[in-house]
Design a protein around this ligand. Structure first.
Ligand code: HEM
Length: 302
């Protein structure tokens, strides 16, 4: 049963993700002009989450379509039918339950097997399992996809920062943190006060809901010097892109960081220039800061 990764398993995982990233970039270089979202940003997180969770990799586009339909519920490109998000979630539940049945018959070293197993005498109900799968499948692909797309767009718009990363790929760790701050793929989450609380001189009453606006916090001039400057060497960079801490802090923060570090490191080594060839289309959503299409031409490094 999978109860976490040993350092050796982590190294193997990193090397596998690197192979996937390299093949995506090389294919994109060969094709020349591509929609970066479709061919690169979406693919790495989908493959990673499918393999870790135990979803057959050849089914990853089903997860892509379901999450687009659910997250894009306010975007006319994805949803003409108001029932579409509900239908997508039902389809994902039915699909997940089938995978659970398969794992009951034949357990594997994956997250589905862990989720359906007994832990300290407790086991998830079918509904809890379905919701867990929905959270992992959607949170695990949509957010990282947008992080990669925002980072690529930021590099196109700031060629000096792209040149800096290419000249010194050891900057990739701080570059990814700055991309996460700059792009902030999740716009908001909410909290409900369980008692009266005072924050910065404002009283929030018990039962009141507070919306946490991450893009605003990530451009707070009281926290960041020159917050509207994209600086891949920014240090410290106390962004709240994965939440502000506490029990709900993003479960996949380290996975997302790993995927983004690998992708931007390999891009910096293999790609000379990234040129925009068409319109960047953003997702209409108050929840996700998403990029639907990013048409680019990649030129190989000499
Ligand atoms: C760049 C990529 C990502 C961003 C920006 C992001 C952002 C967030 C944010 C803002 C939260 C809410 C934190 C809070 O309420 O305090 C969250 C929660 C969560 N994220 Fe992520 N996330 C990313 C990637 C991932 C990945 C790859 C996974 C899965 C493998 C994942 C799984 C989750 C889960 C399960 C939660 C709920 C945690 C809880 O409520 O206990 N996320 N994420």
């Amino acid at each position: 049963m999978n109860r976490g990764f040993t350092p050796k398993a982590m190294r193997m995982l990193e090397s596998h993700f690197r192979d996937v990233a390299v093949s995506l970039i090389d294919e994109a270089l060969e094709t020349g002009e591509i929609d970066f979202v479709d061919k690169v940003s979406a693919e790495l997180p989908l493959i990673a989450i499918a393999e870790l969770v135990g979803i057959p990799v050849e089914d990853r586009r089903k997860v892509f379509d379901w999450s687009n339909t659910m997250i894009g519920s306010t975007d006319p490109d994805f949803n003409q039918d108001p029932n579409a998000p509900m239908i997508a979630s039902m389809e994902l539940y039915a699909y997940s339950n089938e995978l659970a049945l398969q794992r009951k018959a034949e357990p594997k070293d994956d997250i589905i097997t862990t989720l359906i197993s007994e832990h300290d005498g407790d086991v998830l109900s079918e509904h809890e399992f379905d919701l867990f799968m929905l959270l992992l499948a959607v949170a695990g692909n949509e957010t990282t996809r947008n992080g990669i797309s925002h980072g690529t767009l930021a590099m196109i718009e700031h060629p000096d920062q792209w040149a800096k990363l290419k000249a010194d790929t050891s900057l990739v760790t701080s570059a990814v943190e700055e991309i996460l701050r700059w792009g902030t793929p999740v716009n908001n989450f909410a909290r409900t006060a369980v008692c009266d609380v005072e924050l910065h001189g404002i009283t929030i009453k018990e039962g009141e809901t507070v919306s946490m606006l991450y893009p605003s916090a990530n451009r707070d001039e009281a926290v960041f010097s020159n917050p509207d400057t994209f600086d891949i060497t920014r240090n410290p960079n106390p962004h709240v892109t994965f939440g502000g801490g506490g029990p709900h802090f993003c479960l996949g923060a380290n996975l997302a960081r790993l995927e983004m570090r690998i992708l931007f490191e390999e891009m910096a080594k293999r790609v000379d220039s990234i040129e925009l060839t068409g319109e960047v289309r953003k997702l209409r959503s108050s929840f996700i800061h998403g990029i639907k299409t990013l048409p680019v031409r990649l030129r190989p490094a000499k």
